[in-house]
Ligand binder design. Structure first.
Ligand code: ARG
Length: 714
């Protein structure tokens, strides 16, 4: 029996290892050797140089990193127009909104350039990618301790970035590790700080379907917003100024009006944040049994409180809209991921991959020396993680999920300032940021969140990992967390703008150190640093070693398999095709949705499925104009089998000619385990059809001047 199982396992692993056309987030400068032939087979017409070229303009120059990589955007005009998702512009739109100008509710359209509004985030373009593996790994050996290895690597990162950075030219660089520390590249960026909001549909369209439809197909969301990048008169980066002019990109994407059909070539460029495809069974078990359920629980508790207040008045709804969206997006993500990991038996698949690896690793004396201990290292590392990770998760999700606690942490700089001058400077910076913080802050909400979060921490974290002072406080109050929170908030300055401003006008470290919320923050932080972090750091060092050797070994074991490196917020390409799927036995989902589906979901007055009156009128009259498909319908969203993840949001979907056909914004419910294990039969990218975007701009919002700026391919 056993032998049959082993045999079956090996067959299974063999399947899993075969190159899947669609899996893989590839580095754009390496496609020539890695993937180009297959891209040609699937229908690409561009040359590798048209895709990535350091010396001449190429497709990569139209791809934009938002902030440090929270989302992706693409240049769609010669005059600096950038397209991204509505949920990527959400915080910017929210910040610019008030009860008088509710751009979330009503949308926003700049009818002339001077109406465009400073967005509050910067964007970066990739200048080049350079292989620095030799520089980073020179002289590193397997016998050196994990700690001295990572210290050496950190030092080299610094030396390398120093070579490339040029602050005056807004050029900065980052070294990133690939294949779990087996390859290193430096990425050089140029940053443009002046970005302005140009257009956004009302939230009813941009977030149509809300949490109910989030992470799901069939989808009918108009998830786009538009910004313009500004530059100095020399086209170089410049801080915001009314003298700035629209940035002229090296390349912008022509926009295709041709539409998409099943099996059409589709590729996506963008900045995927992180995946964990080489996670082992130990990690999967930990995720499904411990980590994810607790994140879901804590987030749900927070969302319930936000929602209770947000439905009470418009000002509060605006204030908490972005915070709510941020918490709820991954609340639902973790629910789906746990379900998916279990349903698709990812644990079992990983386990058999590890068994196969170990069999291979121990079958040869040299291999055994290098790889023989890898699986044990994993096991040991995760034992420690099982013991401590929850503490770390709860510090992030629960304790620092209390806004006033996170806010108080910003005051630590003051307490650790060496001179009166430093104190004054820190206080001045805090005073400048305070109005922004308090604009979107409601004391009553945060006090309730505080009570709830402290309770979860107390209930779920082993008592020997809790701060002793906190435990005492709970005992003294007989577990009345509302009372604890009330007391904290009553006596602290942190939840009161006037008190904060008064304090910052005359900053006093002694007074700060007596503040109960500041103190609470410090208590948790110090406890974490002393009682949790050292053990976690040690476990992570040995897990890093295990991962590096595991991936190195896998590549040696399967030399014909093309391995892609995990996402790490660097520019990647994923290619494939427009494709439908079968989510369950006897169920088929086609690859696109239409306006009929938008109207089928419409629920008047609903929080998630309401629609603007003008929109309904146009839809009922079927005024689709030139944006209709050849089938006469207005197509809304479509699917492709591209491999994307968070950070890719807003990425362009590009056809074989290099033209824009859509904007990627989500993944599908049946493949939520995708960041850990790609499921090629199930995993799809959900994108807004570019023709729907154009229809909303031109017909719905009457902002056709923006379409006129684009290069339209008929
Ligand atoms: N799940 C999408 C992503 O992470 C975000 C979709 C935003 N829409 C929403 N209803 N929350 O990229």
């Amino acid at each position: 029996m056993k032998r049959i199982y082993l045999l079956l396992a090996l067959v299974f692993v063999g399947f899993g290892m075969k190159a899947k056309a669609d899996e893989g987030m590839w580095l754009p400068h390496l496609i020539q050797g890695q993937t180009y032939d297959e891209m040609v087979r699937l229908g690409i017409k561009l040359t590798p140089e048209q895709i990535y070229d350091v010396n001449n303009s190429s497709l990569k120059d139209a791809i934009v990193r938002l902030g440090g990589g929270f989302c992706t955007g693409e240049m769609i005009s010669a005059e600096g127009l950038m397209l991204t998702n509505h949920h990527c512009g959400f915080s910017a739109i929210q910040s610019l909104s008030s009860v008088d100008h509710d751009y979330l509710q009503d949308g926003f359209w700049a009818m002339k350039r001077s109406d465009e509004l400073a967005a509050g985030f910067s964007v970066s373009f990739l200048v080049k990618i350079v292989d620095v593996t030799d520089k980073v790994t020179e002289g590193l050996t397997e016998s050196m301790s994990a700690q001295s290895r990572s210290e050496k690597i950190r030092g080299r990162y610094k030396d390398i970035t120093k070579e490339y950075d040029d602050k005056d030219a807004y050029i900065s660089s980052t070294v990133k590790s690939f294949y779990e520390g087996n390859k290193y590249y430096v990425f050089v960026y140029q940053t443009y700080p002046d970005v302005r909001l140009v257009g956004a549909p009302p939230q009813s369209l941009g977030k149509y379907g809300g949490d109910t439809d989030n992470w799901m197909w069939p989808r009918h969301t108009c998830d786009f917003s538009m910004f313009r990048i500004y530059a100095g008169k020399d086209n170089k980066p410049a801080e915001y100024s009314t003298d700035n002019v629209p940035y002229k990109p090296k390349h912008h994407l022509p926009v295709s009006m041709k539409g998409v059909e099943k099996d059409d070539y589709a590729m996506i460029f963008g900045y995927p944040g992180s995946t964990d495809r080489y996670l082992t069974s130990y990690g999967v078990k930990f995720a499904t049994d411990v980590d994810q359920p607790s994140r879901v629980k804590v987030r749900r508790a927070k969302l319930d409180i936000y929602e209770k207040y947000m439905t009470q008045d418009q000002a509060t709804r605006i204030a908490y809209a972005a915070k709510h969206a941020q918490v709820s997006n991954y609340w639902k993500y973790f629910i789906g991921q746990t379900k998916g990991l279990k349903r698709l038996n990812v644990y079992g698949k990983k386990k058999s991959e590890e068994t196969a690896f170990n069999t291979w690793a121990t079958a040869d004396a040299d291999r055994k020396k290098l790889y023989g201990d890898v699986i044990n290292l994993y096991e040991k590392g995760f034992q420690t993680k099982h013991k401590y990770q929850l503490s770390q998760t709860y510090i992030n999700e629960a304790i620092f999920g209390i806004e006033s606690i996170a806010y108080a942490a910003g005051f630590r700089g003051l307490a650790y300032s060496e001179s009166d001058e430093d104190i004054a400077a820190a206080a001045a910076a805090l005073a400048m940021e305070a109005p922004g913080h308090f604009k979107d802050f409601r004391r009553a909400i945060d006090e309730e969140v505080c009570a709830e979060m402290l309770m979860h921490f107390y209930q779920d974290i082993p008592v020997d990992q809790q701060p002793a002072d906190f435990v005492k406080m709970v005992t003294k109050s007989k577990g009345d967390f509302k009372k604890i929170a009330a007391k904290l908030f009553k006596k602290s300055i942190m939840a009161d703008q006037e008190k904060v401003m008064a304090f910052l006008a005359k900053p006093n470290v002694k007074k700060l150190e007596k503040d109960p919320i500041y103190n609470m923050m410090n208590t948790f932080l110090v406890n974490y640093l002393v009682n949790v972090r050292p053990a976690m750091a040690e476990a992570n060092e040995s897990l890093n070693k295990a991962k590096r050797l595991y991936v190195k070994g896998l590549m040696e074991m399967n030399p014909d398999h093309r391995y892609a490196s995990d996402a790490n917020s660097t520019m990647r390409v994923t290619y494939g095709k427009v494709l439908d799927y079968f989510p369950a036995d006897a169920v088929h989902y086609s690859h696109f949705t239409t306006m009929d589906g938008v109207m089928e979901k419409y629920v008047p007055g609903d929080l998630e499925f309401d629609l603007p009156k003008r929109f309904i009128d146009l839809a009922e009259k079927r005024e689709y104009g030139k944006y209709a498909d050849k089938d006469g319908e207005l197509h809304i969203c479509f699917l492709s089998n591209n491999d994307i993840t968070g950070g890719n949001s807003g990425s362009p979907v590009i056809n074989g000619e290099g033209h824009l056909i859509g904007t990627a914004f989500d993944g599908n419910w049946e493949a939520m385990s995708g960041d850990i294990a790609f499921e090629d039969q199930l995993q799809r990218t959900i994108s807004v059809d570019i023709r729907y975007t154009l229809w909303v701009i031109d017909v719905f919002a009457k902002a056709g001047h923006l379409v006129d700026e684009m290069t339209i391919i008929k």
